[in-house]
Ligand binder design. Structure first.
Ligand SMILES: C[S@@+](CC[C@H](N)C(=O)[O-])C[C@H]1O[C@@H](n2cnc3c(N)ncnc32)[C@H](O)[C@@H]1O
Length: 110
């Protein structure tokens, strides 16, 4: 995607970050739970958003979540603060991942 398009989408997510969790009522918790329970080892969640999946990871999973929208990420960080496990949450564009090859066992995107 070209830079302008990427920036437009990023700004759109920044704008809707405050209402995103309200819109999430369409997604059943059980769908998230079923998927996230499959994650193991070093796990990358791409587009972690407001962190709706975080509470479903098993405690032995090492989760790194990335998102290019700082405002969505801020919401995820707030959720992560009150969860027992540690989550690494980073501002990053999925089109330009800053990880070495073979870093992750599982990649999640919802
Ligand atoms: C539809 S939301 C879903 C959020 C979360 N995965 C969930 O299930 O609730 C998509 C998320 O992906 C992020 N996103 C979209 N394109 C991205 C990109 N190129 N790099 C990083 N994050 C991206 C958006 O900022 C947004 O937070």
């Amino acid at each position: 995607m070209d830079k302008n398009q990427t920036e437009r989408i990023k700004q759109r997510y920044n704008r809707i970050s405050s209402v995103f969790d309200l819109m999430d009522y369409m997604i059943r918790d059980q769908w998230r739970k079923n998927l996230i329970q499959e994650a193991f080892g070093q796990t990358l969640e791409v587009g972690v958003g407001t962190g709706a999946n975080l509470k479903y990871y098993n405690s032995n999973v090492n989760v790194t979540g990335i998102d290019f929208s700082l405002k969505m990420l801020q919401k995820a960080k707030k959720k992560a603060e009150i969860l027992p496990s540690h989550y690494k949450l980073l501002e990053m564009d999925a089109q330009n991942l800053e990880f070495n090859d073979d870093t992750f066992d599982t990649v999640v995107s919802t």
